[in-house]
Design a protein around this ligand. Structure first.
Ligand code: BGC
Length: 746
């Protein structure tokens, strides 16, 4: 192998977040402020209900930000206290987790990622931002870009899955949609990229457990989506809860200073995750709250998010003792004030009822986008005998069975606060609206789902479902569902996980369908009717049995408020599924972690890599998804056979719709570097494009491969390298694409 050429340090050229005018105004303000007023800006508190304690803190300038106040009237009341009651009239920054919609609920992030549609993701992020801003919220704690390679981890639902490139693309789209072309764009929000960094690699998929990642894994896999968000101009970064290589992320100077600010040139501020500064003591890292405050501050946490008491109240004593200097405090406060100025909060601190009415009037258009987003997120996993789309002339008696059939809350997924349940279209309602009198629709839940241990968020997300059925009712409902199924031309099984079975503090040790759903499915299939499995979930579930016994499987994720309308369109062919898996779907939980971007072994046949009782291959590969049409991807061309390190080459393919209906395909490009200073993954995604094609229509799709795609962080040189080597290129419709070419880099 030839010597590796050191690539220039990876400077993402983070754009300047603040205008010169903003910075001048910030410094003028900072010069006037007392130390205590400056320190106040570093505190953020949870607030669900009105409290006199909070009012006093706001008036005294002891808070810079509040999160979770949802009522626009209360937001304005507090803002009046801040602006009119405090000495310099510094507005509060109201934050909330606007994760996949505010009033209008879109598919959960893992579903949006499955659309592989940057433009759509940018649009829905912009809609969510406009609705939240109209309510007085100026800051969202999204996007989450944590790479998730262990689906036991509940928060897999909040990100874009296992892949660095897809996560980076989604992060860019979400930041652009949320913030607009620059921070301070009207009707948009300040975005937060979280949780910096490595949270998705927590051991055993247990939430908040330690993550141990090599420098190469960090630089090549876990950090790139954050870097992409910084490059897209994200205005805030949230530090993670867990230990990263024995140093909690919230006290991790290497992450927060050396990488984020030093290597990437990030100029915005860092907020801790909730109570993460206080928790430096529980981690066994800081000796007490004061030590925790000083170490988080020194590590680079500007603002502390806390539920009850901020550890940062100890910073005053630390300054008095000389442990922290006033210029250090100024440096921490500056980007927070600059953000408030740049967001326009000093000029327009209050939410405007006229603006709120204007945004509310767009609700029908937003719901339409939500339906389109749900359709574009859906992934068709199996379709034996082209059972889907259903045929109205044959499928006249339909049984919709399963706990997700009527789900009004669970169809939305986690992180939903401001939505009106009346706006939700359930699957049963969507089908009824589509079919009218043309078909008989019978609906039964069959089984009930319930978490064994209650969710710690039960009170926040206000679980509204019916009480647990007793044994007699459960048996009756089960038999009733089977009777309905037995009387139908086709059975649609709506199964999955309740929204509190996924998300934060919702890890699972199994991927089995929860509750009695597997038994229900097996009994329904035994009736011998055509069965469609409609899934609502946020992690891969154990479909090994379903994949051999159920002819059609359609993954909807948690599709959001228009999920029922989208499901009906997809089931009856008014929309064709075109989504693709954002993660590798394992055969069973014992294969975890299973991801396509693993390194090769010494054995090219992969014989050694398999389990003796199970292949090492997935049930469905990353990037996989079927369509109601068929496609051919041909004619892979590279613009040159050889290039010099630092140059770029172009790759192109022709994709053709060879089927009978207009449909979408996601063309994906993967590479492999054959040799180098370090082993490289078997395949890595380095480009994709979703295209819509009419029958017989062809399109040329082009990709560029240059230093950004071809360089990597080498464990041998401890640096970013762009090496002389042979590269394989594959282009196709999932991570097992066969159409290939090679080129040399010199
Ligand atoms: C979560 C964050 C979230 C914050 C505020 C934390 O528990 O980890 O993702 O933004 O709460 O809701």
């Amino acid at each position: 192998m030839s010597a590796s050429a050191a690539a220039p340090a990876r400077k993402p050229a983070a754009p300047a977040i603040f205008s010169p005018a903003t910075l001048a105004r910030t410094d003028a303000l900072l010069r006037k402020m007392s130390l205590d007023e400056k320190l106040g800006q570093l505190n953020q508190l949870f607030q669900f209900r009105r409290s006199s304690k909070l009012d006093g803190m706001v008036r005294d300038g002891k808070l810079g930000s509040v999160l979770f106040v949802a009522d626009p009237v209360e937001i304005n009341r507090l803002q009046h206290l801040a602006v009119e009651g405090s000495r310099w009239g510094i507005p509060l920054l109201f934050g909330s987790d606007v994760v996949h919609g505010h009033k209008t609920i879109f598919p959960v992030p893992i579903g949006l990622a499955a659309s592989w549609d940057r433009g759509m993701v940018e649009r829905v992020s912009a809609i969510a931002a406009s609705e939240a801003r109209a309510d007085g919220i100026a800051w969202t704690f999204a996007p989450m870009v944590d790479i998730a390679r262990d689906p036991r981890w509940g928060r897999i639902v909040e990100g874009a899955g296992e892949d660095a490139y897809l996560n980076a693309a989604m992060a860019t789209a979400q930041v652009r949609g949320t913030q607009g072309p620059r921070l301070g764009t009207p009707d948009r929000l300040l975005a937060t990229v979280k949780h910096f960094a490595g949270y998705g690699a927590s051991e055993g998929g247990r939430d908040h457990d330690a993550a141990n990642l090599s420098q190469a894994q960090l630089h090549n896999v876990y950090l790139p989506p954050f870097r992409a968000a910084v490059k897209a101009g994200v205005g805030s970064v949230m530090s993670a809860y867990m230990d990263l290589n024995d140093v909690p992320a919230t006290g991790n100077r290497w992450l927060l200073r050396d990488v984020l600010r030093g290597l990437w040139g990030y100029g915005g501020f860092v907020v801790s995750d909730n109570n993460a500064v206080n928790d430096l003591v529980s981690h066994g890292f800081a000796s007490d709250k004061r030590d925790a405050a000083v170490r988080a501050f020194k590590a680079g946490v500007n603002m502390e998010m806390a539920s009850y008491v901020n550890a940062y109240t100890h910073l005053r004593a630390a300054v008095d003792k000389g442990a922290i200097s006033v210029p250090e405090i100024d440096a921490a406060v500056r980007p927070i004030l600059a953000t408030k100025i740049q967001l326009g909060l000093f000029d327009h601190p209050y939410s405007d009822p006229a603006k709120a009415r204007e945004i509310a009037a767009q609700a029908p258009a937003h719901q339409e986008e939500a339906r389109i987003a749900a359709e574009r997120s859906a992934v068709l996993l199996r379709n034996e005998g082209a059972l889907l789309p259903l045929d109205r002339s044959i499928h006249r008696r339909i049984a919709l069975i399963g706990p997700m059939a009527h789900a009004r809350q669970d169809i939305l997924g986690p992180w939903v606060f401001a939505h009106d349940p009346k706006d939700t279209v359930t699957v049963a309602e969507g089908l009824r609206a589509k079919l009218g009198d043309s078909a008989a629709l019978a609906v039964a839940a069959g089984v009930q789902l319930k978490r064994d241990a209650p969710s710690p968020f039960e009170s926040i997300f206000k679980e509204k479902d019916a009480p647990t059925w007793d044994a007699a009712r459960a048996a009756g409902e089960f038999d009733h569902a089977l009777a309905l199924a037995n009387n139908a031309d086709v059975v649609i099984l709506a199964l999955g996980e309740k929204q509190d079975m996924i998300g934060e503090s919702a890890s699972r040790s199994t991927l089995a369908l929860p509750g009695e759903q597997q038994r229900l499915m097996e009994r329904v299939v035994a009736l011998g009717k055509p069965v469609v499995l409609l899934l609502m979930n946020g992690r891969p579930l154990d479909l090994a049995w379903a994949n051999t016994h159920v002819p059609a499987i359609l993954e909807l994720w948690y599709p959001g408020a228009q999920g029922g309308a989208a499901a009906a369109n997809l089931l009856f062919g008014d929309a064709s599924p075109g989504g693709k898996l954002p993660f590798t779907w394992p055969r069973n939980v014992g294969q975890i972690p299973l991801y396509y971007g693993h390194n090769l072994t010494q054995d090219p046949s992969e014989q050694d890599r398999r389990y003796w009782n199970e292949p090492s291959s997935p049930l469905f590969p990353f990037g996989y998804g079927l369509s109601y049409s068929t496609f051919a991807v041909t004619d892979l061309r590279l613009s040159k056979p050889t290039l010099l390190a630092g140059e770029s080459l172009a790759a192109s393919v022709v994709v053709e719709n060879t089927g009978a209906v207009t449909a979408d395909q996601v063309v994906q490009l993967y590479i492999h570097q054959r040799h180098g200073s370090a082993s490289r993954p078997a395949r890595e995604l380095k480009g994709f494009e979703r295209v819509t094609l009419r029958p017989a229509e062809r399109k040329t799709v082009r990709f560029t491969l240059g230093p950004e795609e071809l360089s990597y962080w080498s464990s041998a040189t401890h640096s970013q390298v762009n090496e002389a080597s042979t590269f394989d290129v594959w282009v196709g419709t999932d991570a097992q694409a066969a159409l290939s070419a090679t080129f040399q880099q010199q």
